[in-house]
Design a protein around this ligand. Structure first.
Ligand code: NAP
Length: 284
């Protein structure tokens, strides 16, 4: 293996330690940061992510309330719950864990969520602030990616970046954050022609696709930095599998994120950091 590891697990520990210090400083002012989560009760993967988020929040001294929504939850009940959390001064931030049950309108729920409590940075208000280059909460996963690149001193300015995936929570904001750091960015998607050739142009390649090991070693420019945001379940294999074939890519890349232990832990650490920001704003 030639590539060095962008170690999200280790860096998330550092970010979470900083969060813990900030939580202690808030405690001295009588404030305990609280991040509440709405999650689909029938989705085992979501419940597992939420359990981990809650554990890390509690380790840092934060409170994390969890509300399960299920097939019986109506849209009106969901919106009423969001309004209740918006109005509760003890709740500093709220996360809508994607995906909510299919019968619920997630966009309407995100529009209802107060932008001051959007620690995940995925409401239209937060995304608008990102695209307008205004301060605001930044989406947790792309923020985690940018924190990882900064920590390892990866130069971005002037580099050619390719982001594969254009979702609102990941691909698009990741591309914009790279653009803000003066990369020249291309966003690829399922209709992109000759994706391997495009990827081979990238000095920084971000895979945010949701297709196990789609990106192969020969799609990667020698010396490129490869960030794999993918988490995929593959029959017959335990754990999560990334969007990049790690074994092949690590032979060619200069730096690479592993799955697990790369982007995933950085997402949770970034969410926690944003949640503490939200609490700090209430005492500023
Ligand atoms: P998504 O909403 O399903 O978006 C996937 C994107 O990939 C779409 O833009 C799609 O293109 C594109 N795509 C699909 N197949 C493709 C192909 N064969 N070639 C090129 N592009 C293709 O997924 P997401 O929510 O962004 O998540 C992407 C991955 O990241 C998933 O594995 C997810 O589990 C993972 N994820 C990880 C974290 C984390 O904390 N690490 C957080 C969120 C998501 P179209 O737009 O044309 O359909």
């Amino acid at each position: 293996m030639n590539a060095q590891i962008l170690d999200g697990k280790a860096l998330s520990r550092i970010v979470r330690d900083r969060v813990k210090d900030r939580v202690a400083a808030l405690a001295a002012k009588g404030v305990q940061p609280r991040l509440d989560v709405l999650v689909a009760a029938q989705d085992p993967a979501s419940l597992a992510y939420v359990r981990m988020k809650r554990k890390w929040c509690e380790e840092a001294g934060m409170i994390s309330g969890v509300y399960e929504v299920n097939e019986a939850t109506t849209q009106d009940e969901l919106i009423a719950k969001i309004h209740e959390l918006n109005a509760d001064p003890a709740v500093h931030s709220v996360l809508l864990q994607h995906p909510l049950p299919k019968h619920l309108d997630e966009n309407e729920a995100l529009l209802a969520l107060g932008p001051d409590k959007d620690a995940d940075g995925i409401t239209p208000q937060s995304l608008g602030r990102l695209f307008a280059d205004l301060p605001g909460f930044r989406c947790a996963t792309p923020l985690g990616i940018m924190t990882l690149l900064a920590h390892y001193g990866i130069e971005i300015e002037g580099k050619r970046a390719v982001v594969v995936g254009r979702s609102v929570i990941l691909g698009k904001p990741a591309a914009h954050m790279l653009l803000q750091k003066n990369a020249t960015v291309t966003i690829a998607h399922s209709k992109t022609r000759d994706l391997p050739a495009l990827c081979r142009e990238a000095d920084i390649l971000v895979a945010a696709v949701g297709r196990a090991e789609l990106v192969r070693g020969d799609w990667i420019k020698p010396g490129a930095v490869v960030v794999d945001a993918g988490y995929n379940k593959v029959e017959g294999r335990s754990g999560d599998v990334g969007d990049v074939c790690f074994g092949e890519a690590a032979e060619v890349a200069s730096w690479i994120t592993p799955v697990p232990g790369g982007v995933g832990p950085m997402t949770v650490a970034s969410l926690m950091s944003n949640a503490v920001d939200a609490a700090e704003r209430t005492v500023a």
